[in-house]
Design a protein. Structure first.
Length: 191
């Protein structure tokens, strides 16, 4: 079982720390789809832009659970987005996975994305979910367990991390809670 205690920190610290870590999805065929996390956004219950802002609901229940689980939601009536639950149990915090860099299984990811390749493969939260075939069925999944796991990698140095405002929100827009790896081509939108 993976040790996710390093995620028992504020959502901002966890969003920064998750950069460079990997999501590993093993398909029924045994093929591994691996994406390196290159862009994240922090959310917590003190933040009006967060789903957990109004408290625990059936939809947000997983956000208040233990760190290292997946929170998946449906947005705009057509897209799934996935978050890694962080912080201490009961806090209502998660980190949105905004973009991945394909490490393994890019050809299958391209099929999953309707033939899209290159940076368009996973340079956005919905694109990343589509590439890895993630939907609401994965909500609450323990990321220490196959067939979808979070692999913690060495923390990246501060000089390669850009910190800026989040994208696509209308509340608490001033917070510098988006983090991404500088000059990575898979980042959804450089600052």
């Amino acid at each position: 079982m993976a040790d996710f205690t390093l995620l028992n920190v504020s959502s901002e610290e966890a969003a920064r720390r998750l950069l460079g870590c990997e999501l590993v999805r093993v398909l029924d065929t045994g093929e591994r789809l691996v994406g390196r996390i290159v862009e994240t956004e922090a959310y917590n219950q003190t933040d009006a832009a967060s789903h957990s802002y109004k408290g625990r609901t059936p939809r947000t229940d997983v956000m208040f659970g233990p760190a290292g689980h997946l929170y998946v939601y449906f947005t705009y009536g057509m897209h799934y987005c996935c978050n890694v639950v962080v912080g201490h149990e009961g806090e209502g915090a998660a980190v949105l996975i905004r973009a991945l860099e394909p490490i393994a299984g890019a050809q299958t990811m391209a099929v999953n994305r309707g033939g899209r390749t290159g940076y368009e493969l996973t340079n956005g939260p919905a694109k990343a979910c589509q590439a890895l075939l993630l939907d609401r069925a994965w909500n609450g999944h323990d990321l220490s367990q196959p067939p979808l796991q979070l692999k913690i990698r060495k923390a990246l140095p501060d000089e390669v991390i850009v910190q800026t405002t989040r994208i696509g929100i209308t509340k608490d827009t001033h917070r510098l809670w988006r983090f991404y790896i500088k000059d990575n081509p898979y980042v959804s939108r450089p600052a």
